[in-house]
Design a protein around this ligand. Structure first.
Ligand code: HEC
Ligand code: HEC
Ligand code: HEC
Ligand code: HEC
Ligand code: HEC
Ligand code: HEC
Ligand code: HEC
Ligand code: HEC
Length: 430
């Protein structure tokens, strides 16, 4: 089968179509050999071709001419699930399944150009993760976008759909890199990553141990991913230490999860719960931590690994001391009327979640004057606090210190200075 196909492919590329037995059998392949030979090639070298899963199994057979191609079904995850139920079910329980919903829950998303969301070249390029509801699909079509119906091909790219490709840590790189989640950079320049690349280069034997993203986050073929802390690095219950507890509360207020005046939970907490953005009880946090510790213990002593993970937790507490101090300074400017509450803000208080990944000019006119100090606060939370503690978990000294902790202290210094000058300017204007 493979030989015949690649023979035909060469023929097609040269414009010398050689009719063979496979050609008449599969009209899709025959025509697409001319229309899109690269794609047919990728399919022909896949396990699908080997197992006689053809174009029509995924795309249906309603389209058959060059003109009616809009009748072709663009398959969603359910189609894959018909033959791969285990992976489908497991993916559906994991954090990736919330990617698209979480993106759309952020106010800034709706101010960003559609090209960057539904078009898939910005936030939407990474957040095309998760089984979309009918309403979400309709919304996408209403905006004129037809593709991005499938998240399985984010790790097993089409049309090879290979297991080996998804098991390579490079499969995660496109999305787990950059501003607020540089896991690729942290892992690849850590000793864990260095050993992986040494193996690739043949400088370590093939059997040498070197944990990849998949070793720690998708062990044993599972498609269900979760971590203890999660992206926001907050959780419940509050820590026992009174200062640490107060700092966490300050952060929860700035996330809009607690009402800054009453301390009561808000509707935003329900939204956070719905997409599993944070562990809200001890047991669900501990469950993930125990799983991770067991993985580290395949190669390290449990005591060694535990000390490393505990250090990650305690640096987060220390980072939160700096963070809370910064939030309180900016909150003081709101309280004293020196910063005017933007219309979309739920409270007269800094609001980190709404600001996420954006700046004043990307919002509508009402927010164009968003203060610079708010933007420094946002950067401190998403870019630098993230690096300070994730650098520990990913065993990367440079991210933990220079790109993380050190930058947080700089942000706090800048916020202190800005507070002084904003207050002085305000006093002059009175
Ligand atoms: C007579 C030629 C021909 C046949 C037969 C044919 N296709 Fe196509 N198909 C095309 C052309 C032409 C396009 C449009 C390509 C383009 O936009 O560059 C297309 C597009 C597609 C698309 C993409 C749709 C989109 O929105 O981008 C899919 C999927 C597809 N075909 C699948 C199939 C399947 C499955 C079969 C068999 C059931 C099939 N094709 C049979 C010519 C054909
Ligand atoms: C295992 C399922 C599967 C099989 C088999 C399959 N496709 Fe696809 N195909 C997909 C998925 C998934 C997409 C992406 C859909 C999206 O982005 O909405 C896709 C997208 C496409 C597209 C449009 C996107 C692009 O990159 O141009 C074309 C054209 C296409 N397939 C043609 C084919 C042809 C021809 C065959 C047979 C040689 C085939 N497909 C076999 C799953 C499959
Ligand atoms: C009609 C059934 C069918 C559909 C639909 C289908 N597959 Fe498969 N798939 C198979 C078979 C059969 C194999 C080979 C045996 C196996 O590994 O289960 C396979 C193998 C695979 C593999 C392993 C390849 C390797 O390198 O070992 C991956 C990954 C995969 N499919 C992904 C997908 C994705 C993603 C979709 C949807 C876009 C999909 N499949 C749709 C039947 C299907
Ligand atoms: C380069 C890929 C990429 C881009 C672009 C991107 N994100 Fe993300 N986003 C991710 C990854 C990866 C995570 C998970 C990171 C982690 O947990 O450390 C994430 C996490 C999130 C989360 C938290 C999810 C949760 O449940 O904890 C939100 C909210 C979010 N992104 C919103 C956005 C918005 C809004 C944009 C555009 C303005 C955007 N993202 C752009 C890759 C991206
Ligand atoms: C975040 C990346 C990622 C996504 C998204 C993803 N997979 Fe996978 N998949 C993997 C990894 C990693 C493996 C290899 C596991 C291993 O080495 O045992 C794998 C393996 C597979 C296999 C081969 C199983 C076997 O042991 O032969 C199938 C089939 C498969 N995935 C289907 C799917 C389907 C269906 C979806 C969408 C619902 C999907 N995958 C989405 C990462 C992913
Ligand atoms: C040696 C194991 C290990 C490797 C290898 C590893 N991670 Fe992690 N990762 C962790 C630990 C530990 C955490 C923190 C878990 C927690 O919250 O307690 C984490 C957290 C995360 C988070 C969530 C953010 C957070 O702070 O909770 C993401 C996303 C992530 N890793 C992605 C990756 C990616 C992508 C790779 C590969 C480029 C990778 N990791 C490599 C162990 C690992
Ligand atoms: C197409 C982009 C994309 C790819 C590829 C991708 N991810 Fe993700 N990942 C995301 C997004 C977006 C999120 C956040 C989803 C959410 O929480 O709503 C995420 C979340 C995660 C989390 C959970 C973090 C938490 O908050 O608990 C882990 C762990 C993770 N990814 C690991 C991986 C690994 C390992 C790979 C490679 C095998 C991978 N991802 C490939 C986009 C991607
Ligand atoms: C698949 C095996 C494997 C797993 C799983 C693994 N490690 Fe490692 N780790 C290694 C190897 C090998 C080294 C390199 C030993 C050295 O530095 O001499 C290493 C090094 C380290 C180092 C030292 C880095 C340095 O700068 O010297 C730390 C810290 C570490 N690992 C923590 C962890 C933690 C925490 C986990 C779990 C989240 C983990 N490891 C999971 C194999 C593993």
């Amino acid at each position: 089968m493979k030989l015949i196909l690649s023979g035909l492919l060469v023929g097609a590329v040269l414009g010398l179509m050689v009719p063979g037995p496979a050609l008449g059998e599969d009209a899709c392949v025959a025509c697409h050999m001319k229309v899109s030979p690269g794609m047919v090639n990728d399919w022909s070298i896949s396990q699908h071709a080997e197992n006689e899963v053809g174009c029509a199994d995924c795309h249906g057979d309603a389209h058959s001419t060059a003109e009616d191609y809009l009748k072709a079904v663009l398959p969603d995850e359910q189609v894959c699930g018909e033959c791969h139920e285990e992976q489908f079910e497991s993916f559906a329980k994991g954090k990736h399944n919330h990617g698209w919903t979480v993106l759309n829950a952020i106010p800034a998303t709706h101010y960003a150009p559609d090209e960057l969301i539904e078009g898939g070249r910005g936030c939407g390029g990474c957040h095309n993760m998760g089984i979309k509801s009918e309403a979400q699909k309709q919304d996408q079509r209403d905006k004129g976008y037809r593709y991005q119906n499938n998240s399985c091909d984010e790790c097993h790219t089409r049309h090879t759909f290979a297991k080996k490709e998804a098991a390579d840590p490079h499969a995660c790189q496109q999305c787990h890199m950059g501003y607020d989640h540089p896991q690729w950079e942290m892992w690849s320049s850590s000793k864990h990553g260095e050993r992986y690349f040494a193996k690739l280069a043949g400088n370590l034997p093939e059997s040498a141990s070197a944990p990849t993203c998949q070793t720690c986050h998708l062990p044993d073929g599972t498609h269900e991913n979760h971590t203890a802390w999660g992206f926001l690095g907050v959780r419940l219950p509050l820590p026992e230490d009174p200062q640490a507890a107060a700092d966490r509360v300050t952060i929860l207020k700035a996330l809009g999860v607690l009402n800054p005046e009453t301390g009561e939970p808000t509707a935003i907490l329900d939204a956070v719960k719905a997409v599993d953005m944070a562990r809200l009880d001890e047991a669900s946090w501990q469950k993930e931590r125990d799983k991770m510790l067991a993985i580290c213990s395949q190669c390290h002593s449990t005591a060694y690994a535990k000390e490393q993970l505990d250090a990650g937790d305690s640096i987060l507490t220390k980072a939160d001391r700096l963070m809370a101090e910064a939030i309180e300074i900016v909150a003081g400017l709101y309280k004293d009327g020196i910063i005017q509450k933007p219309e979309q803000y739920p409270f007269n208080y800094p609001f980190i979640l709404a600001l996420m990944h954006t700046n004043g000019s990307q919002w509508d006119e009402n927010l164009q004057d968003l203060s610079y100090i708010d933007q420094v606060l946002l950067q401190m939370y998403f870019k630098h606090r993230m690096r300070a503690y994730q650098g520990f978990f990913h065993v990367n000294p440079d991210y933990a210190y220079w790109y993380g902790w050190n930058m947080m202290t700089q942000d706090l210094g800048e916020i202190v200075e800005l507070d002084k000058s904003m207050r002085a300017q305000h006093a002059l204007q009175k």
